[in-house]
Design a protein around this ligand. Sequence first.
Ligand SMILES: C[S@@+](CC[C@H](N)C(=O)[O-])C[C@H]1O[C@@H](n2cnc3c(N)ncnc32)[C@H](O)[C@@H]1O
Length: 247
Amino acid sequence: MSIDTETGKEAPAQISSERVKDILSSIAKKYERFNAVSSFGAYKLWLKHMMKLADIGHDDDVLDVAGGTGDVAFAVARAKRPRHIQLTDLVPEMLEVARYHVERENKNCGVPIDFQVVDAQDMPFDDESYEAVTMAYGIRNMPDRERALSEIFRVLKPGGQLICLEFSTPTNALWRALYNFYLAHMIPFWGGLITGDKSGFVYLSKSIKAFPDQKTFAAMLRAAGFSDVSWKNLTGGIAAVHTARKK
Ligand SMILES: C[S@@+](CC[C@H](N)C(=O)[O-])C[C@H]1O[C@@H](n2cnc3c(N)ncnc32)[C@H](O)[C@@H]1O
């Protein structure tokens, strides 16, 4: 089933895919600045937690799904020094920024990285190709999440791990209310200030609210075939890192 990622309601996949391409291709160069400012630096801290939970060794082949401008791939390269990273994303403009970081700034720390435009819901990779798949803030933007998760399951080797960082649902009611206020008012404000276009950030806030909570997403992972599904809440559940294995 496909949904509108802004509302969570059933809708043709094309609506969400076209919207996300429009938004990300136009803000690609300002995306990182927005992340740093709007999260008060929490983004970097959450990435560190993601790396702590990632079981990635030096001989591993890693697939970064919805890798955007490369932050997750670079964190993996720095922390784990795997054999190779395949950095993929739907939007070429995002990958161009990642490529710049590698070619001009050596952010890959010498780890070989290949870039490829890939729709995570239909991946051009063979079954059982990767020891680990990483994905940060990607699945929320995909209209057919069941299909994306089953594609990730398919390309993982037996024993392989998915490490997925995503916005989630704060567990404490007061914290949740404050966060919802921040989402509705401050995210569009920062977005408008930094990129000059508020609309993409109204979408961001709505898509975060419409995304399933920790338990529901864990159930989706189990339904896709994953075992050992668990999660760690970050900043009181504003975000969560889900980990899961292909047995
Ligand atoms: C919020 S960004 C996250 C980028 C990066 N993972 C990070 O942590 O900075 C979401 C990314 O998901 C990508 N994306 C959205 N739908 C996708 C799909 N169906 N397949 C692959 N990537 C997709 C977007 O192009 C965008 O780069």
